[in-house]
Each structure stands twice: as structure tokens, then as C-alpha cells.
Design a protein around this ligand. Structure first.
Ligand code: PLP
Ligand code: SF4
Length: 346
């Protein structure tokens, strides 16, 4: 077993284990974990400074998750955009390829929490092959995004096999990997993995930092290793109430990312996913934040603020000029031109 696999095994997966480190209401959390699993790696646990801090809020189950509050299990309509299991094909030239159903840490705000970490949604090798087959017979697809779950929780061997097969498809021009392991399990970024990724160029890696305290020395080192073998690094942040919905914290995060050679790509408005409503912010909060950052920090550090419209209608970038048009139900224009209502009522 590799060292990172041992770390994963040493992770906390029950409230009782966490109660050995921090005071907490074990039975209340157990009822959450029955529905939405928990896992906190030793590295991520070590970033918690106190109960309720921004690291804690992202990884420790909260009874508020059991209040759906009218939010959907699958807000982005991914299941309906799925031609074969594991593929989400919304934009003609790009496809999401969900190759893993597990993550190093189960983020409490995850938009796919309906299925991530749940045994019944495991992905078989046969399904992965069927996904590769779909990509190979769909020549419009130029860009494959490996996502999940976290694709870097697959073994080097399985990941190498998948990348090799994708590389043999002539119309696949670029591969992207979406992963949070540089943040949550930085020891996963081994030399062997870096060699494998550098052999699959052009390959882009998008990671997921949400708070400046996640830019720990180990995470910085993981990003350095990736950047040194020539893997371009981007970052997707989710705007989270009580975690990073503060312009000073956001500026510190974005600046810190450029320092470790990670280019901020997207700032995501929270999706309307059941069990995550307590993290929602108003659209004004994101727009004001982008407005405050302009002129304050390098343009290279400023991500696109995007709303992923319900029902799979696509991502819409919002800029501060949108402010005047907002109300409790914002009307946004989908990539196809359609006007779509987005609730702005948290
Ligand atoms: C976000 C997303 C993509 C990638 O979009 P980019 O804007 O190119 O990064 C592709 N497919 C789906 C289903 C998505 O949600
Ligand atoms: S790493 Fe990504 S997919 Fe996994 S739980 Fe966190 S947000 Fe969800």
C-alpha cells in the first residue's frame, strides 16, 4: 500500500472518532452521517484550529444538512444529461467523465452529495469502459473533464489506463482533471503520479481551494511538484457562507494561489443542492466581492464568478453590472439565450 493510501485509511469516518479530538454531539452527527458520509484526512484534520472555524465547517457534518428546504437532490439535472452512466454531456465539445465516486474529504457543501461516497453509486470498470466508448464514438468531444468524486483517488494503474485509452482517441484534444487532493490529501501528489500526468499532455489540473488556511506548506509543495512537471494548475472555489464570503479572506486566498502557481479559474455560486442550503449566499455577495477585488489585486488572480443554472441549462458568468437587475428571484440568461429564474433568497 502506498503512503497516501495509508493516510486515507487513517482518516476519520465517524463522529465518535472525531469526538476524541473535539467536543461534539455524537448522536446528532451520526444521523447526518447515515445519509451523507464523512471522511476527514489526517492532514485536513490538522488544519482545524477550533470548533466551527472555516475548515471545520467544510468537513464536519451539521444537522442542518438534513433540512432539504425545497432544494433538489440533482440541481444541475446531471442524471438527465447522462447518455451513459458516468458521462455528463451538456456542452457539445466537452464532457464530464465521472470516474470515481469517492473523495479524500467529503465536503459538506458538495453539489453531488446525493451520490458521492454512497456505496450504491460505486462506479465499475465496465462503466468506465462504456464512458470511454461513448467519448470515442462522439467526435464533437474535444475536451474530457475527469471528475467524480475525486479521480486522483484511483490508483496510478487505473488512472494511467484511463488516460492511455483517452489519449488514443484522435478527437480528444485536451484532458482536464478536477481534484481536491492537493488540498485534502497532498501526499497523493507523488513523483509517480506526476510522471504519469506529464506523459498525458496536454493535461490541465483544476484543484479546489476555498480558504487561505488550506494553502498549507504540504499543499504548496504538492502544487509545486505538479507545476514543475509542466501541469498547468487552475482553481475552482465555491462561495460559502461563513467560510470565504468576506472580501479580505477571498483576496488572501486568490493572492496565495498565484504564489503557489495556481491560477484562479471559477468562483462558483452555491448550487441549489439539498443538504447544502446553510452555505448559500445571496448573488449580491459574490458580485460585491468581484467588484471589490477589481483594481485591488492582480487581474490574474480574479476568477469568473459563475452561476450554474438549475436543470442543466449551463454556467452563466455574472459581473457587477448585474446588481441592478437582481431580486428575490433573479432572471439570468442561459448560454442558449433562454431566460431562467434563479432563487436569490437565502
Ligand atoms: C462546468 C462544466 C463543464 C466545463 O465547463 P468550462 O466552462 O469549459 O470549464 C463541462 N461540462 C459540464 C457538465 C459542466 O458542468
Ligand atoms: S472533493 Fe469535490 S466531489 Fe468530493 S466531496 Fe468535495 S466538492 Fe464534492
Amino acid at each position: 500500500m502506498e503512503y497516501w493510501q495509508q493516510s486515507l485509511k487513517a482518516s476519520i469516518t465517524t463522529p465518535a472518532q472525531l469526538a476524541k479530538h473535539f467536543p461534539l454531539d455524537v448522536p446528532a452527527l451520526e444521523s447526518v452521517v447515515e445519509r451523507y458520509p464523512m471522511r476527514i484526512t489526517p492532514h485536513y484534520l490538522g488544519l482545524i484550529e477550533e470548533v466551527g472555524d472555516p475548515i471545520w465547517r467544510q468537513c464536519v457534518p451539521d444537522p442542518l444538512e438534513l433540512q432539504a428546504g425545497g432544494l433538489a437532490e440533482d440541481p444541475l439535472g446531471e442524471e438527465s444529461l447522462s447518455p451513459v452512466p458516468g458521462i455528463v454531456h451538456r456542452y457539445p465539445d466537452r464532457a464530464l467523465f465521472l470516474t470515481s465516486n469517492v473523495c479524500a474529504v467529503y465536503c459538506r457543501f458538495c453539489t453531488r452529495k446525493r451520490r458521492i461516497g454512497c456505496r450504491e453509486h460505486g462506479i465499475s470498470f465496465g462503466e468506465i469502459l462504456a464512458g470511454i466508448d461513448y467519448i470515442s464514438r462522439t467526435p464533437q468531444i474535444k475536451d474530457v473533464l475527469l471528475s467524480g468524486g475525486d479521480p486522483l483517488l484511483m490508483s496510478d494503474r487505473l488512472l494511467g489506463d484511463i488516460l492511455g485509452r483517452l489519449r488514443q482517441i484522435p478527437h480528444v484534444e485536451i484532458i482536464r482533471i478536477g481534484t481536491r487532493v492537493p488540498v485534502t490529501l497532498p501526499e497523493r501528489i507523488t513523483e509517480g503520479l506526476c510522471r504519469l500526468l506529464s506523459r498525458s499532455q496536454p493535461l490541465y489540473l483544476n484543484t479546489h481551494f476555498n480558504h487561505p488556511r488550506e494553502i498549507a506548506p504540504e499543499a504548496a509543495e504538492a502544487c509545486r511538484r505538479l507545476a514543475d512537471v509542466g501541469v498547468p494548475l487552475g482553481n475552482q472555489t465555491v462561495l460559502l457562507r461563513g467560510v470565504n464570503d468576506d472580501p479580505a479572506i477571498m483576496a488572501a486566498l486568490l493572492r496565495g494561489l498565484l504564489r503557489i502557481r495556481v491560477r484562479p479559474y471559477y468562483l462558483h455560486q452555491m448550487d441549489l443542492a439539498a443538504g447544502t442550503g446553510h452555505f448559500r449566499t445571496r448573488l449580491e455577495s459574490g458580485l460585491e466581492m468581484i467588484g471589490a477585488l477589481r483594481g485591488q489585486i492582480s487581474g490574474m488572480a480574479i476568477p469568473h464568478y459563475v452561476v450554474d443554472l438549475p436543470g442543466g441549462k449551463g454556467k452563466v458568468p455574472l459581473t457587477p453590472d448585474f446588481l441592478k437587475q437582481l431580486g428575490p428571484r433573479a432572471i439570468l440568461r442561459a448560454p442558449g439565450g433562454e431566460r431562467v429564474e434563479f432563487p436569490n433568497d437565502p
